[in-house]
Unconditional design. Structure first.
Lengths: 239, 239
DNA sequence: GAGTGGTCTAGACCACGTC
DNA sequence: ACGTGGTCTAGACCACTCG
């Protein structure tokens, strides 16, 4: 008799139970919104609102016009460790892939010039890469390199670790990085690459890197699916 | 003529422009959803969806059944600095307040026992506090203290800095902290205190503190309004 | 072409905040 | 008492994915 009361709460609890109880497994598809609305005798708008809320919680995610799926466990990410993405992921027994989306060379726009502390017109390279965990696109990365520090870098394999490339090819060692973590929404090109809605919530990380001579050499914008990651930091570790 | 095309995009752009152009100022109230739906000739559901999206972006926020407001600028928060909340906020020329919501003493439930690395039934104190910036509730904090380390702490003023109290009253110095940052949704009691919807997105920070003898003495759960903060970290600083 | 989610209309009642 | 957002019904068409 209490069934009709707050229908969206009901469907949320049922789905949460099914996921926590492993009746629905990670990456598994949920029934369609129309099916759910019949199963629970509520409108599709109410179904949607319940799914939205479970999405924010990090339990499920959507793929545009393909359906809703159960989120895999979050990956731990320690930005202060010098660990590469692929190494970090495989240490957690997950599978990492990196895809190079494109490279542009341009003059630094003012927003990026500010971050890189550039006072004049300066050419930069912009790399766009997409990272996958267990086959799911979870991280969109944009690297902005001050071109003069990296002659001929475009002829290298840019799907590998940039840190390693910086060191091996240019002898750069990271002496310092600055990080900003910002909960915000996905810009259009990011949303498209991650297969999420434009405007959907995301975790944005802005990183600025210094070489051993304390020069800023590049910055990086990371856009994480918010259900895919836990940022994990220990203040004892300084490396 | 292109007005009817994607109405929600239109209202979003207009509001964004008004906010960025300072025609709408921080903390200022937006017109009601019904007014907006008339102004833009769209349904209230479409208005809602546009506002939801601007909320995720961090431009506006809602107060339950009171309306929508323009978000003030984000505060920078460096968890690795030893800076107190009040000091940190006032350095940014904002006004900080702390309100003690309540204190409970109990046996550590298993979820917290795990975090505190407790193997037996152990009494803890749980403090709930609410922090304000410029009069707006932005941070809900739950501290779980292992009782035996803190005899008689309940007789102290608990709206002040706990770190200071730990040091002055018990001689504890922080030797290490561990942080987890998790984009997720607000639990019911948190949502209520922050005056947001249960299930709304939030930035959760779990912190574990060690004293100078490398013992875990307490942990802390911070729940930040996601539009209120930028986490800012420099890996050069180890203090 | 069939199925999916994305978006929308045009209403309605409820719960809560404010006065 | 009134205004607000919260939630809901019962449909509709569109854009995209997939087989």
């Amino acid at each position: 008799m209490a069934i009709k009361k707050d229908a969206s709460k009901n469907i949320k609890e049922v789905l949460r139970d099914q996921i926590n109880g492993k009746l629905l497994l990670p990456l598994q598809k949920l029934p369609s919104e129309r099916e759910l609305s019949e199963l629970f005798s509520i409108t599709r708008i109410s179904v949607k609102s319940a799914l939205d809320s479970l999405e924010i919680e990090g339990l499920i995610y959507r793929e545009d016009r393909r359906g809703w799926f159960v989120s895999p466990p979050r990956v731990k990410y320690n930005p202060l460790s010098r660990c590469h993405f692929h190494q970090m992921i495989s240490e957690q027994e997950r599978i990492a892939e990196t895809q190079l989306l494109g490279v542009k060379s341009m003059m630094a726009p003012s927003s990026i010039a500010t971050i890189l502390a550039l006072s004049e017109l300066t050419p930069i390279h912009v790399l766009e890469r997409l990272r996958y965990i267990d086959g799911r696109a979870v991280l969109f990365v944009e690297n902005c390199l001050i071109s003069e520090f990296f002659p001929d870098i475009l002829s290298e394999n840019l799907a590998q670790s940039l840190t390693t490339l910086y060191e091996k090819k240019y002898g750069f060692k990271n002496s310092r990085s600055h990080f900003d973590f910002i909960p915000t929404s996905a810009p259009e090109h990011v949303a498209h690459a991650l297969n999420i809605r434009p405007g959907q919530q995301i975790l944005k990380i802005c990183r600025v890197n210094y070489n051993q001579h304390h020069q800023i050499i590049d910055c990086e914008f990371e856009y994480w699916r918010p259900d895919a990651v836990i940022i994990s930091i220990d203040n004892r570790e300084s490396f």
